[in-house]
Design a protein around this ligand. Structure first.
Ligand code: SF4
Ligand code: SF4
Ligand code: SF4
Length: 340
């Protein structure tokens, strides 16, 4: 039997996406015999020079996790795109930018100053060179990849075939992925380009918690501040839950037994262009509802100020992808207007 050539490559990753594959255990058995691993740093000491030596499209499927944060990640993305028939963005970071995109309000030099002000200095001779202060004094140079000014999803750099969101992705998605891989091995068939391996509705629709007809919030809580009722909608209990604006498919990882609000790691729900905005408008309509007169402007402001870190809460995973999507949508609309 011809084996399928598989690679797992990574940008600025945390290791969680790797572990989500290791955790599959027995699920991998049906495809184990049919796979020839070409690259996966977690599994063995694979070398990039060997990947470079492969013919174009010689790898059948590459899973790329982590976002593009440095020049090296961008180079890897182009290399694996060139060498792979199918490139899959695996995990929230690769699909949308993920947690590392929270640093995007700051430039690369601001981040370097913040992280290394006391240990490292930028070298004047070029952005790719940094020296530790002791190395600096000795006049020796360390060459590191250039930290790019923004952290971006894989699709900002190269053409992506499929998306597997989640931080990290879960077993249910792997059941679908294994079907895709098995079908590809047996019949050479693949799903339509752009397929998102996740649900096709919003998280609230798969949640199962009781949602009151009318939600009124008089106090917002952070998850550690209350022990919420496990049957009632968390948003209705004053916890910011991103469920209304997030794509389904995780199988209630947080809002189920964990009794925690959704943070939005599956990315925007279908038809939701801007999840943060959707949540902000939903929350604005329920915060202090029916008590506006009693609270007054100052009281309402005090209530809304209880939402700590609005950017990190409402836009935790996907700002670069949201902006790319809105830009593409605008360009499409302008093109369609010009042809009328
Ligand atoms: S998606 Fe989550 S688990 Fe995967 S690399 Fe990013 S932060 Fe880590
Ligand atoms: S807001 Fe959260 S807790 Fe409420 S129904 Fe939606 S996903 Fe469930
Ligand atoms: S509940 Fe939300 S944050 Fe938790 S795994 Fe599901 S999509 Fe991600």
């Amino acid at each position: 039997m011809t084996k399928i050539k598989l690679a797992v490559a990574a940008g600025s990753y945390c290791g969680g996406c790797d572990m989500s594959i290791v955790d599959l255990n027995e699920l991998l058995i049906p495809i184990d015999e049919a796979i020839e691993l070409q690259y996966w740093q977690l599994a063995a000491d694979f070398k990039i020079k060997n990947v470079k030596a492969l013919k174009d499209n010689e790898i059948d499927i590459t899973l790329y996790h982590g976002p593009i944060r440095t020049s090296e990640h961008a180079e890897l993305a182009h290399l694996f795109r060139k060498k792979s028939k199918v490139l899959i963005a695996y995990g929230a970071c690769s699909c949308f930018g993920g947690i590392p995109q929270l640093a995007n309000p700051f430039t690369a030099s601001e981040l370097l100053d913040e992280a290394y002000a006391h240990g490292y200095n930028m070298d004047d001779s070029g952005p790719n060179h940094m020296r530790t202060s002791s190395e600096y004094k000795k006049g020796r140079k360390m060459t590191l990849p250039k930290l790019l000014d923004s952290c971006m999803p894989l699709s900002a750099e190269v053409d992506v075939d499929y998306y597997v969101p989640g931080c990290p992705p879960v077993r249910d998605q792997w059941l679908v992925l294994i079907d895709i891989i098995t079908n590809f091995i047996k019949n050479g068939e693949l799903p339509p380009k752009g397929t998102v391996v996740a649900g096709d509705k919003a998280r609230c629709e798969e949640c199962g918690r009781e949602k009151p007809d009318e939600i009124v919030i008089n106090k917002f809580f952070r998850p550690y501040e209350i022990n919420p009722d496990p049957k009632i909608c968390l948003l209705a209990q004053g916890l910011i839950c991103m469920g209304p604006a997030t794509r389904a498919g995780c199988g209630n990882q947080c809002t189920g037994d964990a009794n925690m609000p959704c943070r939005g790691c599956f990315g925007p729900a279908p038809e939701v262009d801007n999840p943060g905005l959707k949540m902000l408008s939903a929350i604005a309509s329920i915060a202090g509802a029916k008590k506006e007169d009693e609270l007054g402007e100052a009281g309402l402001k005090k209530l809304v100020d209880q939402v700590v870190d609005p950017f990190g809460t409402f836009y935790r995973f996907a700002v670069p992808q949201i902006l790319m999507h809105l830009k593409q949508k605008k360009a499409k609309e302008e093109k369609s207007d010009s042809t009328k």
